[in-house]
Design a protein around this ligand. Structure first.
Ligand code: SF4
Ligand code: SF4
Length: 395
């Protein structure tokens, strides 16, 4: 007997997609030009045409739980060729944003990150927090020293002879910085782990239901092997080179990706040097660590600057929404304030350097604390979906 399926349009979800940049979704008249143009459309599945019809019906579950939406790298080829101006690339991008909000917890934070009215709060809270930490570091030295002595820990991380050098630790205690960011990073890792567990379960269930995989049980060992196999694709940004309209996005994306990898290595080395080798900074400009930090910082500023320029140059063809500006602004500010902090320090402008470092800490907080909720989370979801597609042998 034929299975009956009663579609119940979710008007709330349709409104959400429209609000996130998919306002053209109802223009689609199912001609399938987009499926012919799309470099990732499988031969036996009209991607993204069927996602467009699901979106116009507001079939939330079918879209949010569909791993394919993450394989789209928003090249824009389908949007350029769509005869109706339905902009399927933008609709898929809006669905991905809705999926990030759907899987992220707590929801209130996910909604706040996507709401421009909440921006003053997202900047103001860390601004107040770091201002408080600066005041305690500068004026509470004696109290903090005796407090830390109780636990047998040295309060200051300043090295011998550091009195005549500009050290950010004199303005913001490294203890305070790490006691802010280590728990934040841990909370973010837990949120991501829980979100990804649900996400992976959902895309697997969806793939089984739609016949995209013959493996009904999810084999985690094979999934992790697939994850390792897709990492070179991500590092080479191969997918970007498959598209025609937005090929120029590949270089800035790679610069930002590699600068984050570089800065992650530098931060990890700094952590080991400070807490294990007991070697506090500032470190020599000639050290390989500083070289890597400076190159990564410059790459971050140029890469994110180019991304902003691309968006501004193409504002007629490619719409940019608040979620895009939020993450671009945070990443660019992070790179710029980091470089300005360093330059002011080398120019012996202590308080200018401290001020930029203060702004830098606010930018770092906005990037890390809101990582599971901002557009940056797409890196993690996309990697998971790519690994799942590899695991399920999606063609
Ligand atoms: S989105 Fe555009 S190209 Fe794709 S099926 Fe709809 S009308 Fe055709
Ligand atoms: S934006 Fe590019 S990858 Fe995404 S659906 Fe359109 S053609 Fe395919």
């Amino acid at each position: 007997m034929t299975e009956k399926y009663f579609a119940q349009p979710d008007l709330g979800f349709i409104a959400q997609i429209r609000g996130l940049g998919g306002e053209t979704l109802k223009k689609c008249y199912q001609c399938a030009t987009c499926s012919v143009a799309c470099p990732i459309a499988p031969e036996n599945s009209p991607f993204p045409r069927k996602e467009m019809i699901a979106a116009s019906w507001g079939l939330k579950d079918r879209l949010i739980k569909n791993g394919d939406i993450w394989l789209c790298h928003q090249c824009g080829d389908c949007t350029d060729l769509c005869p109706r101006g339905a902009a399927p690339g933008d609709v898929l991008s809006a669905i991905r944003s809705a999926a990030i909000t759907e899987y992220a917890r707590p929801k209130v934070l996910a909604n706040a990150v996507n709401d421009p009215k909440k921006l003053p709060l997202l900047i103001g809270i860390p601004a107040l927090w770091f201002a408080l930490l600066a005041i305690i570091t500068i004026y509470g030295k004696e109290t903090m020293t005796s407090l830390f002595n109780v636990f047998g820990i040295a309060w200051s991380h300043a090295h011998e002879g550091a009195e005549h050098v500009i050290a950010q630790a004199d303005f913001f205690s490294t203890w305070f910085v790490d006691l802010t960011f280590v728990p934040t990073a841990t909370a973010v890792a837990i949120i991501f782990a829980l979100s990804l567990k649900n996400f992976l379960t959902d895309i697997h269930e969806n793939a089984v239901r739609e016949g995209k995989t013959s493996q009904t049980a999810l084999n985690f060992k094979e999934f992790f092997q697939a994850l390792i196999r897709v990492i070179p694709t991500v590092l080479k940004h191969d997918k970007f080179n498959e598209c025609e309209s937005n090929k120029d996005r590949a270089t800035p994306h790679m610069m930002v990706l590699y600068s984050f990898i570089g800065l992650f290595i530098v931060t990890s080395i700094g952590f080991v040097l400070l807490y294990i080798a007991q070697m506090p900074g500032p470190y020599s400009q000639l050290s390989p660590m500083k070289w890597l930090a400076n190159i990564s910082g410059v790459a971050l500023v140029i890469g994110s600057g180019l991304m902003i320029k691309n968006r501004l140059d193409k504002k007629e063809e490619q719409k940019t929404y608040y979620k895009d500006w939020f993450i671009l602004g945070v990443v660019f500010s992070l790179g710029l304030t980091g470089m300005l902090t360093e330059m002011a320090r080398l120019a012996h402008m202590a308080y200018v350097s401290y001020f930029f470092y203060y702004l830098h800490l606010i930018a770092i907080f906005n990037l890390f604390a809101f990582l599971p909720f901002s557009k940056m989370a797409h890196l993690v979801y996309r990697l998971t979906a790519m690994a799942y597609a590899e695991y399920g042998n999606r063609k």
